[in-house]
Write a protein that binds this ligand. Sequence first.
Ligand SMILES: Cc1cc2nc3c(=O)[nH]c(=O)nc-3n(C[C@H](O)[C@H](O)[C@H](O)COP(=O)(O)OP(=O)(O)OC[C@H]3O[C@@H](n4cnc5c(N)ncnc54)[C@H](O)[C@@H]3O)c2cc1C
Length: 408
Amino acid sequence: MNIEEKLITPIYGKYDAIVVGAGPAGCGAAIALGRSGLKTLLIEKFNCLGGAWTTGFMNPFFDFANKTGFVKESVTELKKEKQFGGFWDMSFNYEFMKHILEKKMLEANVEILYNTTFSKTLVKDKTIYGIVFENIEGRFAVLSKYVFDCTGDGNVASSAGCPFEIGNNGDYKDCQAMTLMFLVGNIPEKYKDGLMIYDKLNEAYRRANKQIPFKVPYLIPVPNSHFGVIQFTHMYEYNPLNTSDLTKATIEGRQQLIDAFTYLKKYDEEFKDLELITSSSVLGVRESRRIIGEYTLNIDDILNGSTFFDAVAYVTFNVDIHAKTNNGQKCFSVKPYEIPLRSLIPNGYKGLIVAGRCISGSQEAMASYRVTGNCAQMGENAGYYVAEALKQNKDIHDISLDIKLFEN
Ligand SMILES: Cc1cc2nc3c(=O)[nH]c(=O)nc-3n(C[C@H](O)[C@H](O)[C@H](O)COP(=O)(O)OP(=O)(O)OC[C@H]3O[C@@H](n4cnc5c(N)ncnc54)[C@H](O)[C@@H]3O)c2cc1C
């Protein structure tokens, strides 16, 4: 049985640009748009900025080195607060990251709405003219000249009907494993700069007579503290676009982390005082939709170091696929390469930019550019392109910007 819904949706406001999702890509985009003087709205379903950086308990900050702009600024401010360093000299404090991002966002005059969930894209003839969102006040439409899809999952693009790829050849079971990150406290002083914790966990699992679910786990302390995150749980073959699967993966992740914590505490003398603080309130999904854009980054681009006239990011990070085979990771190096703005533009659509891990690329390319330094940089520079297009009243393809992506 279908129920016909008749809704009159009030209009919340009109903006030059709306950014959906406040992860690294969304923060980069909103800051650039705001600093360019555009009336910008940023909506986020949780109650902080940062996405995987903060709600996801993700650490360390990969591919930040030598980058310009917002990435460099954020790291500089974290360092000034003595909240950056530690593990691989690139880890940070989650709460300071939230605070620094909020300061920057407000300085850029961006209007932020937390606890606000995107629900539908307003689109006509493949031209996006706004979105619908829901929050405690109800359901609203917001109109704008440009919408940035920074949801990680390409939700806005998908709602607009943009085609996308998933996994390898469309099979979600080929997507990378999911991880539920968890915080622990009372980390022994000798490990306060981090540890590849496989040998210890493996021995603890052996003594518990259990099979270890993942072979490349890390303990990543927050700098200058005795607490940190354990990147360990691995859930395979769940569909990242299915809520029931995401729920089952989360429950499986919680079982895995309880086991890991219990065995480590019980069987490893060095970790006998370890405390379990909490798990992330969002499941870590490494991979879901990859939109079909005007240009799809491919394996040749990342192996040969492709450069582009419309580059928005400079990537040095290796390919890192959390594969189900052998419970490990498939990694190989890339030649530093650029990401073109065209990979952020869904093919045939107007008024829509997709930034972050869901841009147009092959599965292997995505496994390299998906890390946070790159997502933040591409969001920021796409923001500058859009700002210029709106100021000059031109199509984005007719804009040419000379952007400095890295420093030697
Ligand atoms: C377990 C795990 C470990 C990782 N480890 C590292 C690492 O060590 N270093 C590293 O640099 N990268 C790491 N990554 C990769 C990196 O975190 C992501 O690829 C990156 O954060 C993607 O950035 P993004 O801005 O595209 O999306 P996200 O960071 O996922 O941000 C998306 C934002 O959109 C919001 N959102 C989503 N849907 C809606 C909606 N409907 N309405 C409103 N808001 C919405 C979300 O709440 C979130 O804030 C890891 C990823 C995972 C999952």
